[in-house]
Design a protein. Structure first.
Lengths: 220, 220, 220, 220
DNA sequence: TATGAATGAGGCTTCATTCAT
DNA sequence: AATGAATGAAGCCTCATTCAT
């Protein structure tokens, strides 16, 4: 991303490594404590670099936060790209996608927390990021393909909106992680045991598939 | 907002009013800025009372936050109690409940934000509140009744868990409010227009009803 | 001290009891935390009366502190008056007095702490108290009697100053209590065990008696 | 006070100087007003540095207090090390030591006050300081040497405990300074005039020497 | 005589940030 | 590219005391 500096005498300097390290540490801190809750001092202490470097590279606390947010979205969406729905029938493809999304959210709680925090801030920082918009567009494209194929083969209902479908899948997958603390505190349930999560996941898949398969007038 | 008491002689002491006022102001501030983001100074400035009174009545910032959380849950769950599902058939009752829940969440964005904030804090304060657990238990009881009636009349599937059903309804209703900022920023969609919200609501009702009505083995 | 108020309707009122209670509680608090360290709030909370009563009776915090100081001196010196040295030979009388003083200080650590605190404040409050000066004068008178008798009978040296002797006895007795915390923390010793204290006491008596009995020129 | 470094170019950064300055100022304040009575604001105002630096270097008020305590003990015990008892006979050595201790305490009233304050706090901070324990161990070692020599040459009695002897010397020396305010306020005496102090000192030496020289059974 | 409500002033501490090297 | 020292502003909280009843 930047020109390599002359290797002469650059024995210990590793700008990229330093930046990566700062980002990794601060992402954890922001995810843990929020934007105002995170402490620059603490981030610096946990970093291999000094406090001054944070300001050198990221300007200020908000700049660092924004960088974390972008890195998180990029990382998570990159993980989604590995999902291969290629040869599958549309309903199987959708089922796999929903299940994957549910699992993927579970595996990335820090990302979920950053998004929660960003929502608390009314997406103020995300709005300014073209990078993030672009990585999310891909998710919609995937769904659009599946929907078109499903409708062509007659297994999906008409009038399906890919963005709405994304919303529905996200709702079930995101809430599961975002509201785990309050939900667990409020209800004595096994929903967050391993088996409970499997059930929740299966039922999420089922809900989505029932929904896209449902032909109005026929059943209701 | 309330009836003015006799202004003659200018009665000034009004402990209950002061407490209410502090709670109303600080709830807004916590919902807006979070626990660490909210400023006691700002809350005091917006209050009819002095900063000192906040500490007099609520001990410290966290005590005030916890009081807000409890008041919010109590208020919101009290609103739910007004919902009368009495004479309705179980499927109609459930449909009404889901639609109501979706709307109720929309109408109480500050409550949603407080819950988000509480989740960021891993429900640390909610865990210590017996009050909140008790007001939430009622929600489960309502659902249990509907499920039992629906299963007796054969319109609902077996093996429905009221807590899980509550989770599912909550996921769709909560996410709609909690993630509106990021979702709106990420996707150009009409989901958050008035009509889009009506659609989302109707589809949420549909998803839940399809799910509870689905008989395994029969259809899939 | 004050006129009894009409007993009519005075069912629960007990001014003297209230004052005594306030004094007892606040003496403990001042002894424990010092003048600036003690909290009026805490004192009020531990009192049967209200905070307002403290100000009603004692004016302010310093007034209360001064009242505690005077009460403490009066109480302790009153305890000393019970000591009867009547028929004893002067050396026996002095031995008994020293031993008693040593023990008496040990039994009144809160008094010692109040005096320490007063010394921290450079005796600012004690200076203004005629009461306290008068109760202390008695202690000197006792010693003067013993010295005179001891010198008459030839067992005591000449040129003994009762105030100095009081100082010497006090030093050994006071330091034992006042500096127990730091001394114990600094040195691993058995000086503050029951037996250690007995030894310390016996040796204090011995030191004083050796001193008053010592005839210059004869021994050194 | 120290050599001025080259004033050319006005070197401003001087961490050690800043720390020393903070310590010097705050020691005076703590000695004067106690832990809770001292004001961080006041300390900062008297300092060359800013209030923020106090927290930068010492963490909080208690950390600063503890640093003062340690510095005070180190300083005072260092002063004692200069005392050379080398070639003296044991009784002369002890006499010199007692006299020196008496004077040394008088010359360091702020140290005495800090110890008084620490005793009010039940040695809570001193307990956590290994540094202070170590500097005090030296004092005991000195006395142990003298005692052994005195017993070998037969001028001292048996069964002398160096820690107890230290206690006795300390009692007379410490009380003289610690209780000067109340003692002066209570009694009209010349004990705290220059001559009175000389007398008190001489008699303290005499008391200690009489005590260590006293052979039970022989004299009494 | 008695009290809960209320407070101005000031306490200690922490924050993100910048400076001088 | 890198750092320890330094900071103004503002944060939360507590104090002894007084007010209105």
């Amino acid at each position: 991303m930047e020109l390599e500096e002359k290797p002469i005498k650059a024995v210990k300097r590793d700008p990229k490594g330093v930046r990566r390290n700062i980002l990794r540490v601060s992402s954890k801190e922001f995810a843990e404590y929020g934007l105002s809750g995170a402490r620059v001092n603490e981030i610096a202490a946990l970093t291999k670099a000094s406090k001054r470097m944070i300001y050198y590279y990221y300007g200020d606390k908000e700049g660092l936060y924004k960088a974390c947010l972008e890195a998180a979205y990029s990382h998570v969406r990159a993980g989604e790209e590995k999902l291969d729905l290629g040869g599958l029938e549309p309903d199987k493809a959708l089922a796999k996608l929903v299940g994957f999304t549910f699992d993927h959210h579970r595996k990335n709680p820090d990302f979920i927390r950053l998004v929660m925090i960003e929502n608390i801030h009314k997406a103020a920082f995300l709005k300014g990021s073209e990078i993030i918009r672009s990585v999310n567009a891909a998710a919609i494209k995937n769904l659009t393909d599946i929907i078109i194929r499903g409708q062509s083969s007659g297994v999906f209902r008409d009038k399906l909106d890919p963005v709405e479908l994304h919303w529905q899948i996200s709702a079930l997958s995101f809430f599961n992680v975002s509201n785990k603390p309050t939900f667990s505190a409020l209800f004595d349930s096994e929903l967050y045991s391993d088996e409970g999560q499997r059930t929740l996941r299966d039922h999420a898949v089922e809900m989505i598939l029932l929904y896209v398969s449902h032909k109005q007038g026929t059943q209701k």
